[in-house]
Write a protein that binds this ligand. Structure first.
Ligand code: TYD
Ligand code: ZN
Length: 427
């Protein structure tokens, strides 16, 4: 078996400083997307801890696990979520009108996955090109007619794409740059490929929301970086680009969509969104170590309370299962030391995950159809970022008396009493 390389992070991948404040140690954790089919394969565990750069306030993992190989056969397929599809449609419509995109325009997406986002631009007649390293998933994109380069996005690849296709009017990177260690190379590539008056749309989980929602489970080895708007400004300024707009969206646990342009382009900075956000980050104390120490205390208490709440439910003799075999779930369950075997199975819609075992926990992943046959008393909502959508979808389970345990921002049981009321109303 190939050894995975682990490297401690020395200098900041945004500003180059070496002055870190390490504030949260989550222990040694398996790779969150290393779903396995064979229990006999010994699982590797790696340190998972967070630190904050005292110069630019990038939040980073203390160690980088080389997961290069992981992305070539990747398990993460965009979720069949209505909410996410609306979000993608909204983004496409917004940037279409902002840049007057049409048949002469080129849209390039970094980390294009199965082509869901690009397909929205193709409906407007735009030329589209995806770039993504996952062979299994880019094959799906190509099968639906989305031209896709199977590769990691680098400055080198950007040059090649520019030579072959010309410059892009719009570039997008949704939930991908947190996965990339060499950020400077990516930004250099964006500068190379983006047309002089083009826009680069970057979507990342927002560090402020991660802290507000106590979403410590979104910390896993694939997510190397966690960003403030201020930190992104620093990053792009180094490359003669600037943040011109910021919008917040309630997707993936609270995200920001950041619009970036060449500094010498026609696009002006929107002070109402950009400057206001930067001011709010300062006022929230996020440039001081204490904010991060306070967050670590909250997370330690939350982990303890998750463990005891789940143990209490088991004590009551209730059958528990996971809803959504998310990567988040691996951090949540392993770092809260929930005993293996507490969850009978995890139900997940992703065909690639079904029939595998949850990393580090050995919990079998099954399809929602099979899960319906083996319905538990309580579903632990490991995909809590889709909370409202899933609760609506599982109205029948709730009506039958089933309950959901929502772990984030704090343990909460949903259902049961509502079902009791509705059955009382029926009788
Ligand atoms: P997701 O939150 O998208 O990401 P991550 O793995 O980064 O934490 O993962 C959610 C998982 O939940 C994904 O494997 C698909 C699954 N899922 C369901 O099983 N049913 C659903 O209704 C939804 C929305 C997701
Ligand atoms: Zn820094």
């Amino acid at each position: 078996m190939q050894r995975t390389r682990v490297t401690p992070v020395r200098s900041c991948r945004v500003c180059g400083a070496e002055d870190w404040h390490t504030f949260l140690e989550l222990g040694r954790v398996p790779l969150a997307n290393s779903f396995v089919t064979d229990e006999s394969v010994p699982e590797q565990i790696f340190p998972l801890a967070l630190m904050s750069c005292r110069s630019c306030r990038l939040m980073s993992l203390t160690h980088v696990v080389d997961e290069h190989d992981l992305y070539e056969h990747y398990f993460y397929v965009s979720s069949p979520s209505r909410l996410i599809h609306w979000h993608m449609e909204g983004l496409a419509a917004h940037y279409r009108s902002r840049l007057d995109l049409g048949p002469d325009s080129l849209v390039v997406e970094i980390g294009s996955n199965n082509g869901d986002q690009l397909s929205k631009f193709r409906e407007f007649g735009c030329a589209v090109l995806g770039i993504d390293p996952a062979r299994n998933i880019t094959a799906q994109a190509r099968a639906r007619g989305i031209d896709t380069v199977t590769d990691f996005f680098t400055a080198e690849v950007a040059k090649r794409v520019r030579a072959g296709h010309g410059r892009a009017d719009l570039m997008m990177a949704r939930h991908v740059i947190a996965h990339i260690d060499d950020l400077h190379d990516v930004v250099a590539g964006v500068r190379e490929l983006l047309a002089p008056d083009g826009l680069f749309v970057l979507e990342v989980p927002y560090l402020v929301e991660l802290i507000n929602r106590r979403a410590f489970d979104t910390v896993y080895h694939e997510h190397l970086s966690y960003f403030l708007v201020s930190t992104l400004q620093r990053l792009f300024e180094r490359f003669g680009m600037r943040v011109v707009d910021v919008a917040e969206f309630d997707v993936h646990g609270g995200s920001i969509v950041v619009t970036i342009a060449h500094a010498d382009s026609r696009h002006r900075v929107n002070p109402e969104t950009v400057d206001a956000r930067v001011r709010a980050e300062e006022e929230a104390g996020l440039f001081r170590d204490e904010a991060y120490d306070g967050f670590a205390d909250i997370v330690d208490r939350l982990r303890a309370s998750l463990r005891s709440s789940l143990l209490d439910l088991r004590e009551e003799g209730l059958r528990l299962a996971g809803y959504g075999a998310s990567a988040k779930g691996v951090t949540l369950l392993t770092t809260s030391q929930v005993p293996p075997g507490s969850l009978e199975f995890c139900s997940d819609t992703t065909p690639e995950k079904q029939g595998t075992l949850v990393p580090g926990l050995g919990i079998p992943v099954i399809s929602p159809e099979e899960a319906r046959e083996r319905e538990p008393d309580v579903y632990v909502l490991l995909a809590w970022n889709y909370r409202d959508e899933i609760l609506a979808k599982e109205a029948d389970f709730l009506a039958r008396g089933g309950r959901f345990f929502i772990p984030i921002p704090e343990p909460q049981l949903v259902g049961g009493e509502r079902a009791a009321i509705s059955s009382a109303a029926r009788s």
